[in-house]
Every structure is written in structure tokens, then in C-alpha cells.
Design a binder for this molecule. Structure first.
Ligand code: MN
Length: 341
């Protein structure tokens, strides 16, 4: 996700978009990688490129390291059946394209394919991205990675068909929380996608607005457990809750990842955190900010990354230990450890 657009693109961005387009137009075999726990932006990006390249006659596969199945709500985007198991990704791919991964580690067990590939392209919009890959299409000012994919497709002079447009729209509408953080150019892009045939409601409803009734009780418990700490984050306030392992294992990521969208609405808190238990002593945390606190910096202090308004990290420990680390990282007096390049 993206919110306040502060970062600016490299002046070299148009050249890099053109270089990526040239590589993709030449490639006979393309491996498109999404980040672990893939969302609509990363899969919308890889699938949009994949659909175009497959229809041009290239051998194409789309993969992500974990989990071992597609998010159910995103299955309708894969009209060419491009998604393969991580194990089916060649050890030495001709061309690897990583989409929406803020760093190689976000590719999980597939990160190594970047080093064995004949050539690599990175397309991303995370401010925390240190830069990797032979061709780097990186713009922290872009609201979503699909915005950059749209530019690459334009440079390839590929007309948008409805299947490609749906993939791009899915990434755009979710990363901008329904266009609330979208700038004028992103709205123009959305208009182009609608003109290409996208019907928003049947596309977006199942992705953003659909949960099983059985989820309500677990959501209710997560909200009952929520704690407000008004003094945290230098007085901006922190609201947090935990989703226990039993619920994480029982429900789809679509349900678990929606908890933060409710918790973040607490008006008394500048920062919201949801700790999702993924192991006996392991948590994946989602952080959201109302704007004053840059949670990408907070997440980076805890080994993760993301955007100013939305970020995350994974950490070992008890829930209380992870929360203590969050409080410490939110403390304005926090002194970052020296980082090595
Ligand atoms: Mn994104």
C-alpha cells in the first residue's frame, strides 16, 4: 500500500521502463515472481505481464514461495493458468522478473533464482527497497506496482485487453484502499482500465468485501482483545491485537489480513498493529499509520519494511515480546543500530 506520496522516482525511470520492456519483448522464456503471502498488487503485476507474454508466444510461469496455493479470491485473475508451484521454477531461469518485492528476501525460498537467472528485472514501489536486479523499475511514488507494470506494457506497445486490465485494476484498487491514496495519474490509469472492459464490482467485491459468516466470531474475539495505549508512539497512540495460531490456520489470508483494516480505524491511535501468530513463538505483524508516524521505518527497525502508512515484519518471540519490540521501535528516542550496506 501507499499513502502520502513523498518519494520521487529516479530521473532514469523512463529509461529503465524502456529497458525492461525491451528485455520482455525479446525473451522466449519468462519467470515472474511474486512476494510471499501474495496480495492483489504483486499477483496482478506478475499475471498482467504473464498474460501478455504468453499470448505473444513466450513460455511463461508465475510463482511465489509461500503459501503453497493461490489466494482463493485472486484465482479468477489467472485466466491463462500461469501460476505454478515454487518447486516448478527452473533453477536457472532465462529471465526473472520480481514484482512488488521490497527486497530479495520477500521472494522467500525463490530469492536465489535472482542470482542464477540469465537476467533479472525488478519492478517495485516500496520506499524501503534497496535496489536489486539488472534492470530496476523502482518508483516509491507509484501507488502500486501495477502502475509501473502499466508503464512497462505501454513501452512494449501492448494494447490492454480486459484480462490484463482486470489484473492491473485489482492491484490498483487494493493498494490504494479503494483509490483513497491514488493520485490523478492513477485515476487516469483506472479510467483506461475501465475503457478496456473492467467491471469493478464483480472484480473487487470478492477480493476486498467477502468473508464467510464463520469468520465473524473470530473477528469479534480479535477486536475484543484489542488494546489501546494512548501514550505509545510518542503520544500518537498505539492500538494492537493478536490473531492466534488456531485462527490463522483455520481461516484464509483474506480473513486474517482484514483484521488490520478494522483495527486501524481506532480514532485514538496514530498507529495500529495486528500480530498474526504463524508459529509457536513467531508472529507476522501488520502496521498501519494515520500519517504522522512512518511505519516503514518502524518495520525496518524490526527486520521488515513497507510503506510510510502500511508496513510489516516477522519476528520470533511471545506476543508480549513482539509487542514490546514494537513499542520500543515506535519510541521517538529509539536510536537505530548502525547499518551496514
Ligand atoms: Mn504493492
Amino acid at each position: 500500500m501507499s499513502a502520502v506520496r513523498v518519494a520521487t522516482a529516479s530521473p532514469l525511470l523512463p529509461e529503465r521502463v524502456a529497458a525492461a520492456a525491451a528485455l520482455l519483448l525479446e525473451a522466449r522464456d519468462v519467470t515472474l515472481l511474486s512476494h510471499v503471502q501474495p496480495d492483489a498488487d504483486t499477483l496482478g503485476s506478475t499475471l498482467a505481464l504473464g498474460i501478455v507474454l504468453r499470448r505473444r508466444g513466450a513460455s511463461v510461469r508465475v510463482a511465489f514461495a509461500a503459501p503453497d496455493r493461490m489466494p482463493e479470491s485472486l484465482l479468477p485473475l489467472d485466466v491463462e493458468h500461469l501460476v505454478v508451484a515454487a518447486a516448478a521454477v527452473p533453477e536457472r531461469a532465462e529471465l526473472v522478473v520480481a514484482c512488488d518485492a521490497a527486497e530479495p528476501a520477500r521472494l522467500g525460498s525463490l530469492a536465489g533464482r535472482l542470482t542464477t537467472a540469465g537476467a533479472t528485472v525488478m519492478i517495485d514501489h516500496h520506499a524501503s527497497n534497496p535496489g536489486f536486479g539488472d534492470v530496476q523499475v523502482l518508483d516509491p511514488g507509484a501507488e502500486a506496482t501495477v502502475v509501473l507494470v502499466h508503464q512497462v506494457l505501454a513501452a512494449m506497445r501492448v494494447p490492454l485487453d480486459v484480462d490484463v486490465a482486470r489484473c492491473l485494476y485489482a492491484g490498483l484498487v487494493t493498494d490504494t484502499r479503494g483509490f483513497r491514496t491514488a493520485g490523478a495519474a492513477a485515476h487516469r490509469m483506472a479510467a483506461e482500465l475501465l475503457e478496456a472492459g473492467v467491471d469493478p464490482e464483480p472484480l473487487v467485491g470478492p477480493i476486498m468485501d467477502a468473508h464467510p459468516y464463520g469468520w465473524f466470531a473470530a473477528l469479534g474475539r480479535a477486536l475484543e482483545r484489542a488494546v489501546l495505549e494512548p501514550a505509545a508512539a510518542g503520544g500518537h497512540g498505539l492500538v494492537h491485537t493478536v490473531v492466534p495460531l488456531a485462527d490463522v490456520e483455520r481461516f484464509r489470508p483474506e480473513e486474517i489480513d482484514s483484521v488490520i483494516d478494522v483495527v486501524r480505524t481506532a480514532t485514538e491511535a496514530g498507529v495500529a498493529a495486528v500480530l498474526k501468530q504463524v508459529g509457536e513463538r513467531r508472529f507476522t505483524a501488520s502496521l498501519r499509520s494515520r500519517g504522522d508516524v512512518d511505519v516503514s521505518v518502524v518495520a525496518a527497525r524490526l527486520g521488515g519494511g513497507g510503506h510510510r502508512a502500511a508496513a510489516g515484519f516477522t519476528r520470533n518471540g511471545t506476543a508480549e515480546e513482539v509487542l514490546a519490540a514494537v513499542r520500543a521501535a515506535l519510541d521517538p528516542a529509539y536510536t537505530p543500530r548502525p547499518r551496514t550496506a
